[in-house]
Design a protein around this ligand. Structure first.
Ligand code: ADP
Ligand code: MG
Length: 470
């Protein structure tokens, strides 16, 4: 069937050059011979996932055989996953059959509570302090050493460059010392694919709503490495709105703002304050949470809530007001998700009529109210909701290891780095890295509002130049 939609390529992903391609194909040959049937799919240029084409860093064109990846019927694969893209330092060891051998997360929630946000330099410092310990603990809990690993997967983007660097350096150090292949992982792809670890029936194509502190993405996953972006946020992500609302309401942020709002909202009347639903007039699948944040801030100001008085010391009347705001905010924040998902399902079914699942993942997907509301949306549309368990929704190493496994199985990985790689090498980090291509029909003027907000002075120039277009 002819494809009836067009793509808008927002940001071209780097592709391996021909020489890299040849080098890689040559490099993969010795490994290919020893892979089990599922690993030994015929290599072709298409098996070099553009999402994982970070070959330019390899100064080692000849591939020396890795330690153990090859004795692998797929279930015997053992992959260490490392995640440091934002404020969690995480590592995990996962088997090819999905068995989680260990999972360790060191959170910077205390720093976050203290400073009210993530400061890149401080976050880097915090990662550096714990990365060795977190990785060692993951190996110890799995009762393994580096020698038992088949490969290492590490998040290379999107995220904070300084933070990503800590994880990538650690991963390459181990991979170089133990001659292990390495898989560069897209953080948001990992949030989506981890749903396949528990839910074996979850086959491509499926839809995913990925909701966290930094991202709000609606995607259609057509196949491994083939994603269409149906919607994204034009300003803030929903998790950011939860975190700021919690901060302004004087809640305990040590477990991050989301869980605190979820808990307090249970006591409140969700219809007491009439916040308006964002982007009602835009008939697309994009999101916006900056305006809702402002509405919440104004409501808090007009109620004279003093956030320096922690909720635990607030009077019962004050507590009640805060709970009403939390519940009203949550209702509207999630209504926005519901509306966008309804439309995205329509769009996705036009592209891939066989879609049966909506995956909801990322930190905010741990929220029970979010899950219940989205469950109603998918049921109305005869789909099924798949949510990973909360510990796999928030940032974790399991999702990175699992995404590594999925890619490794089809031959998408880099050869081991040299054991004597210099410390100052320029790594291929991708702080901004779109997941797939943008659905052309999903473009709306709302996207240009973002440009207008960032560069107000450019608005008139943009308008003038668009009027000149034929
Ligand atoms: P990141 O945003 O750094 O990628 P995560 O995927 O771990 O990290 O998501 C963290 C976000 O998820 C935070 O904004 C946090 O407030 C939010 N979150 C975590 N649990 C909940 C919850 N129960 N309800 C709402 N939001 C939540
Ligand atoms: Mg995340």
């Amino acid at each position: 069937m002819a494809l009836s939609f067009r793509f808008w390529r927002l940001n071209l992903l780097p592709k391996p050059s021909l020489s890299h391609l040849q080098t890689t194909l040559k490099a993969l040959k010795p490994l290919k011979q020893k892979l089990s049937p599922i690993c030994s799919l015929p290599m072709s240029s298409s098996s070099l996932n553009p999402l994982n084409s970070h070959l330019s860093i390899s100064k080692n064109p000849t591939f020396s055989e890795p330690h153990n990846p090859t004795a692998c019927p797929q279930d015997d694969l053992v992959v260490l996953g490392i995640e440091t893209s934002c404020d969690d330092t995480a590592a995990a060891v996962v088997r090819g059959n999905g068995e989680i051998l260990s999972q360790v997360v060191s959170s910077q929630a205390d720093l976050l509570a203290q400073y009210g946000g993530v400061a890149p330099k401080m976050a880097e410092e915090a990662h550096l302090q714990v990365i060795d310990q977190v990785v060692q603990e993951a190996l110890d809990k799995a009762k393994l050493t580096e020698r038992n690993l088949s490969a290492i997967a590490v998040t290379i983007g999107p995220g904070l460059g300084l933070c990503l660097r800590v994880g990538v350096r650690k991963a390459r150090k181990i991979a170089g010392s133990f001659n292990l292949p390495i898989i560069g992982v897209h953080h948001m792809e990992a949030h989506a694919l981890v749903a396949r670890l528990n839910e074996r029936e979850l086959q491509f194509p499926f839809m995913a709503l990925l909701i966290s502190g930094g991202h709000n993405l609606l995607i259609l996953a057509r196949d491994l490495g083939q994603y269409i972006q149906l919607g994204t946020t034009i300003d803030d992500a929903i998790g950011e709105a939860y975190d700021k609302t919690a901060k302004w309401l004087g809640l305990d942020l040590r477990r991050s703002g989301g869980p605190a709002i979820e808990e307090l909202a249970r006591e409140g009347d969700a219809k007491s304050i009439k916040f308006s639903i964002p982007m009602k007039q835009h008939k697309d699948c994009n999101f916006s949470y900056a305006g809702l944040k402002t509405q919440v801030r104004l409501a808090i100001e007009s109620e004279n809530i003093n956030a320096t008085i922690p909720i635990s010391s607030a009077s019962s009347e004050d507590r009640r007001t805060r709970a009403d705001i939390a519940a009203s905010f949550q209702r509207v924040a999630v209504l926005h998700l519901e509306e966008r998902c309804e439309r995205a399902i329509e769009w996705a079914l036009k592209i891939e009529p066989s879609v049966k699942y909506l995956v909801v993942s990322g930190g905010v997907a741990s929220n029970q109210y979010v899950r219940a509301q989205l469950d109603q949306v998918v049921q109305r549309n005869s789909l099924r909701l798949v949510c990973p368990p909360p510990s796999l929704c928030t940032d974790n190493g399991v999702m990175v290891a699992w995404t590594g496994i999925e890619n490794f199985r089809i031959g998408r990985f880099d050869p081991p780095p040299p054991s004597d790689e210099p410390e100052d090498i320029v790594y291929d980090l991708r702080p901004r890295w779109p997941l797939g291509e943008e659905y052309a029909e999903g473009r709306s003027e709302a996207r240009s509002m973002k440009t207008a907000r960032i560069h107000p002075s450019l608005t008139s120039m943009i308008q003038a130049s668009s009027q000149q277009q034929p």
